[in-house]
Every structure is written in structure tokens, then in C-alpha cells.
Design a protein around this ligand. Sequence first.
Ligand code: TA6
Length: 287
Amino acid sequence: MRLTVGRGDLPRLEVETPLARAEVYLQGAHVTGYAPRDSAPLLFLSRASRFVAGAPIRGGVPLVFPWFGRKADDATAPLHGPARCLPWRLGDATVDPAGVVALTFLLTDVLAAEWPPGAALRYRVGIGSTLALALEVENRGPAPIRFEDALHTYLAVDDIERIRVTGLEDASFVDETEGFARKRAGAEPLVLRGETDRVYDDTRATCVVWDPSARRRVEIAKTGSEATVVWNPGLARARALPDLGDDEWREFVCVESGNVGRGAVTVAPGARHRLSVRIQSEPWDSA
Ligand code: TA6
């Protein structure tokens, strides 16, 4: 593991082991790259992403906390909360006997007005033949805290229009592209056609992204999460995003695990909440 000066002069950890390679920026404890050995990258990172202190990175795994999307009572607050843009501390770095590198990042004593008082964050990134992520929120304050959280994973795909996502069949969701209408998914796998922005707010299911042209399937398994968000901006919205190349929308799907909307989490003083996600890929041939 090496601490290096990354893009935009931001500090970055680079990990390369017999099992995998990965990179993590301390800003936002943001995993920007992960690939198991002999595999193409599992995470998408935009070629147009900004790497600027205090600005979001487009791709990888942005950490969403303490609110998802727009803050309910303040339209000017940063989208998805400030945790993804704050500098985190590296608390610990270990290698287990199987060769899995575990990095622990800490974000504590944040005094911003919009921060849940006493919320201390601990984020464990396990880099092995799978990518294991766990965000723990401890309430060190005197009163209960309430928040939303998510691991906004950008998964690399070969062609968004050819993939299928399974795991969300028959689930209820809020469709942000149609005025937040509540709908129910059909029995068939999800096919993304154009802009897609769905909050499935009552599901603990494992999802699988089936990618025929990449000849692999990517599994996203989670615990401590009641919601899964599926997002792709499609052509028109992508063109309006300055930190995303015009055709890059084809190259990713966000399948995000978290607790949002009516699933927001309340944590009592002295208690913790843990959200974890494991991402792994396997060769798969559609033929
Ligand atoms: O998770 C889906 C979403 O909330 C979309 O509505 C879209 O805005 C996306 O996240 C990306 O948000 P960002 O603030 O990173 O541009």
C-alpha cells in the first residue's frame, strides 16, 4: 500500500496485491478504483471527473451521508450530504492471512450545522477477491440522531443498453424521473432504457448486474440497508453534467445500497448503525 499524491494533488492510497488492485482518495474516503486480479475494473470512474478539494468525484463509490439527494429543508445544501467531500483520516491498515487488505477511515468531530450532532463515522474498505465496504455510524452525542446513508456505487458496464439487473423484481419504488411517482416493478429483470432514477425503498435483496458484452455478472450483496437506488442519467442528462463525458453514461450503472426516504435510520445515544456491501464479479457467458 502506498500513500501518493493523486489527481488534483489530492492524497490517495494505492493498493496492489496478488488478489486485487484499488485506489482510495482520503477526500470522502472515496474508492475510485477496484479490480480483482486478472479482471477488468468493477468500478466506473469518469474521465471528466473533477479532482478538486471540496468537490465531488464522479464515479467509484461516493459516500452519501447524512442525507440522500437534495436536503429536504434546504435546497442550497450539497447534494448527498457533505461526507463525500470532507477529508477523512486513515485509522488503520492491515493485511489478513488470506491477503485481504483492510483500510479503516474515520470522520469524527464534524461541527457543521447540518451534521447530526455526535455522529462519528468509520468506514472499512476490504480489498481482496471481492470489495467489501462497511460504513458504521456511531452516535456519540446525548440525543438520538436521524440520517440517510448510501454507498453510491458506480458499476462499470460494457453497454448500459445491453445489461439486465436482477433482484428488484416485484419491488415497490419511487420513480424520480416521473415526479417521484410510486410504482411497482414487474416480474422481469430490469432493463435500462434512457434516464433511470429509482429508489426501491423496501428491499434487502442481493442484486446482480448481468453484462453480456463484458461476459461477466457482478453481484451486490448488502446488510443494514433497506433501500436500493438504481441510477443512470441517459444521454440528455449526461450531456448536462460537466463532470461526465457525453457518451460515458453508457459505461456505468449505479446500484446503490443504503437507507433513504422512509427508511432513514435513527440511532440512540451510544448505539451504532452498520451498512455493508460486498461486490464481486464472476465470468458469465450469455450464450
Ligand atoms: O442516486 C441517484 C441520484 O440521486 C440521482 O438523482 C443523480 O442526481 C445522482 O444521484 C448523482 O448525484 P450527484 O450529486 O453525484 O450528481
